[in-house]
Design a protein around this ligand. Structure first.
Ligand code: NAP
Length: 259
């Protein structure tokens, strides 16, 4: 199927590794020129080279912290025109909420709620004017089923989700859609780090932690970033113009609900 987005421009935040990278790769495979942002220049260059070798699209990189106003300005400045925005950033740390200070909450809110809202504010009216826009926010399965030790993530991402629920109904008449994708457990650096922390905390091996996580996943495996990226590319397709305001859970069947 041709997704109808060839030659569009997409900005993929936090796109040098993991889920963000997979979104950039899948969009590029559909002919979307991509601007990829992350802080570390080395992984960015490697990702850009990989995309360049495998597709015909133009790839630009911005080494910046997307959670800062300067980083966002630099990222937006690298896009000649913005048709697709994938919002993403690192997730906040786990912990007991009694230990979180206001500064911890501010950091989580900046990264996982206010940064996507600021970026949307910068790009939305241009998309509306050009009658095409696809905005995808990478959030977490924790929005649907909160994870007790991830209070900062549960809270900040729920705030973004509530805001998007309202905004996403104000744009589809202009062929601009806004949706969220909620990852369950995907095999990425972040997830490996979380499992290592859990292993240390509970005096288990990483293998034991991984096994108990796998036992709770009906699919019997961790998600592959590529399957996440491909869902993102479909939501950004021309065909998906009637889909807005949704929360796409991609978790191998973990969430046990009828709806
Ligand atoms: P990952 O593989 O560790 O990749 C994180 C990416 O984000 C890297 O490219 C990193 O590059 C970039 N990044 C982090 N902070 C940034 C910042 N401030 N500015 C710009 N780039 C930044 O992580 P992932 O697993 O793909 O996770 C992506 C998001 O999904 C996170 O918010 C995570 O909490 C959430 N999530 C993941 C899972 C999972 O199972 N993987 C499940 C639920 C939710 P630099 O470090 O070089 O900046």
């Amino acid at each position: 199927m041709d997704f109808g987005i060839k030659n569009k421009w997409g900005l993929v935040c936090a796109g040098s590794k993991g889920l963000g990278r997979a979104c950039a790769e899948s969009l590029a495979e559909e002919g979307v020129n991509v601007v990829i942002v992350a802080r570390g220049a080395e992984a960015l260059a490697e990702t850009a080279a990989h995309i360049g070798e495998n597709t015909e699209v133009e790839v630009r990189t911005v080494a910046a912290d997307i959670t800062t106003p300067e980083g966002r300005k630099e990222a937006l400045g690298a896009c000649p025109q913005l048709d697709i925005l994938v919002n993403n950033a690192g997730g906040p740390p786990a912990g007991n909420f009694r230990d979180f200070e206001i500064a911890d909450w501010e950091k989580a809110l900046h990264a996982n709620m206010l940064t996507p809202i600021e970026l949307i504010k910068s790009v939305l009216d241009g998309m509306i004017e050009r009658k095409f826009g696809r905005i995808v926010n990478i959030t977490s399965a924790a929005v649907k089923a909160p994870i007790p030790i991830l209070g900062l993530s549960n809270g900040a991402r729920a705030g973004l989700t509530g805001f998007i629920a309202g905004l996403s109904r104000q744009t589809p008449m202009h062929n601009v859609t806004i949706n969220n994708i909620l990852p369950g457990a995907f095999a990425t650096e972040t997830m490996n780090g979380r499992m290592a922390a859990m292993a240390k905390q509970s005096n288990q091996t990483i293998e034991d932690v991984a096994e108990s996580r796998l036992n709770a996943i009906p699919a019997g495996r961790f998600g592959e970033p590529k399957e996440f990226g491909q869902l993102c590319a479909y939501i950004c397709s021309a065909q998906a113009s009637y889909i807005t305001g949704h929360n796409f859970l991609i978790d191998g069947g973990v969430y046990n609900g009828t709806l």
